[in-house]
Design a protein around this ligand. Structure first.
Ligand code: SF4
Length: 420
């Protein structure tokens, strides 16, 4: 017989609620292979698990990689989002923490050096406002009663009172509001209790508050901080029929309109007793990875969203076997080869195989000498990928750039999670 929530030990509830939180992609470990925190020899995910007992990794504003306790306050929910294992109609094991319990767990883990912060989300219990009050209360206890100075990321609920979201931002380093699905029609179909306008309204208000708080702190040293690490969001990939091109355009609009620090992509995973409106199979994890790469192209490599979309196939999807930068370069070979000794930074950033660090090193090195192919090889990780697209003092690719089988030549034999 299922155990009543009140009979569960703290440990049992932690197992349930840390495992339930793994579907939330809003921290950096989500880009890696997901590991079940209930797995491992001792049921704790094993050594090195990115999610064992709810520990995930995120990047702090200063660029450090930090470990977070990633957990839900509860996986009870009054909403019925089709893609979510915690939805009202799911018959998953349920559990619930009080805000005090999560605050105590955080402090205990923190004192033992297991974590440096907390990522807290929740299913919706009673009402959006009631749930948001509980999330805020947990952050309040940590900050005001325990004087906790570690990192706090709070998932906020767009349907909650704006005053509560404001309070969340006063305690948290980062807040996030999930847009959930790339299209409004997908949201209406798969998350009938949610409203795209309400979600975007909450993102817009949070953006304004972040800007206001920054302004005030410039003028008044002791003005309160508001989500100093900004806001982020998450989109589920593969639950509806949105193409990668749709997702890229949506992400770009979100970055532009709401000043987001990150858009996280979470490959939809089929859940037990899934609703019939969902696909039976999860999309390949590589699709999620290609979307993260396209996100980087827009944020760090100067690609416009429609240029990333040009790298997609006739269905609007990015190729899985090669990265989107290479796919774009193969389609627009007329832009190559570029001269490593004369090309602008923007042109060099388009060369497959050259990352931002390598481009920085090339620009620096060519101030002192004219570069040969060997010099470039020393500054990059994959000269084979670079050669067809680059001219150096002693290298010109001649017909290599135009070869019909260039794609086959450059397709990795065994895909690795490379970053350009
Ligand atoms: S609101 Fe939707 S996505 Fe969030 S926990 Fe409830 S059912 Fe899941």
């Amino acid at each position: 017989m299922a155990q009543n929530t009140t009979q569960q030990t703290l440990q049992q509830r932690l197992e349930i609620l840390a495992d339930a939180a793994k579907y939330d992609a809003s921290c950096a470990s989500s880009g890696t292979a997901k590991k079940n925190s209930l797995g491992g020899a001792k049921g704790r995910g094993g050594i090195g698990s990115t999610e064992g007992m709810g520990i995930c990794h995120a990047y702090a504003p200063d660029g450090r990689c930090i470990s977070l306790l990633k957990v839900l306050l509860t996986n009870h929910c009054i909403f019925d989002c089709h893609y979510c294992i915690n939805r009202k109609s799911s018959n998953v094991r349920r559990a619930r923490f009080t805000p005090q319990e999560v605050a105590d767990l955080t402090i205990n883990f923190y004192k033992r050096n297991y974590i440096e912060g907390l990522f807290l989300s929740s299913g919706i219990i009673k009402s959006s406002n009631h749930t948001m009050e509980q999330l805020v209360e947990c952050a309040r206890i940590l900050r005001e009663e325990y004087d906790f100075r570690g990192y706090i990321h709070l998932k906020t609920i767009p349907e909650a009172d704006p005053g509560l979201i404001h309070q969340a931002g006063l305690y948290a380093d980062r807040v996030s509001i999930n847009v959930e699905l790339p299209t409004t029609s997908g949201l209406a179909r798969l998350a009938p209790d949610k409203d795209a306008r309400q979600i975007e309204g909450a993102l817009a208000k949070t953006k304004s508050r972040i800007i206001e708080a920054k302004d005030e702190r410039k003028r008044f040293k002791h003005a309160p901080r508001f989500a100093p690490a900004g806001q982020s969001t998450q989109m589920i990939v593969g639950a509806d029929n949105a193409s990668d091109a749709d997702i890229v355009v949506k992400a770009s609009t979100l970055y532009g309109s709401f000043g987001l620090r990150r858009v996280y992509y979470s490959a939809f995973s089929p859940i037990p007793d899934a609703s019939a409106v969902l696909p039976l199979k999860r999309p390949p994890l590589m699709r999620e990875h290609r979307l993260y790469q396209s996100d980087w192209l827009m944020r760090f490599y100067g690609y416009a969203p429609d240029e990333v979309a040009q790298a997609t196939d006739s269905h609007g999807n990015l190729p899985l076997d090669i990265d989107p930068k290479l796919a774009w370069a193969l389609k627009f070979r007329g832009q190559f080869p570029v001269d490593v000794n004369r090309a602008s930074k923007e042109q060099l950033l388009r060369v497959p195989g050259l990352g931002t660090t390598a481009v920085g090193r090339i620009l620096n090195a060519r101030r002192h000498r004219t570069l040969r192919l060997d010099d470039v090889a020393r500054l990059t990780q994959s000269i084979a990928k670079v050669r067809p697209f680059l001219v150096a003092l002693d290298w010109r690719p001649t017909s290599l750039t135009d070869r019909a089988d260039l794609r086959a030549l450059l397709t990795p034999k065994q895909e690795q999670l490379e970053l350009f």
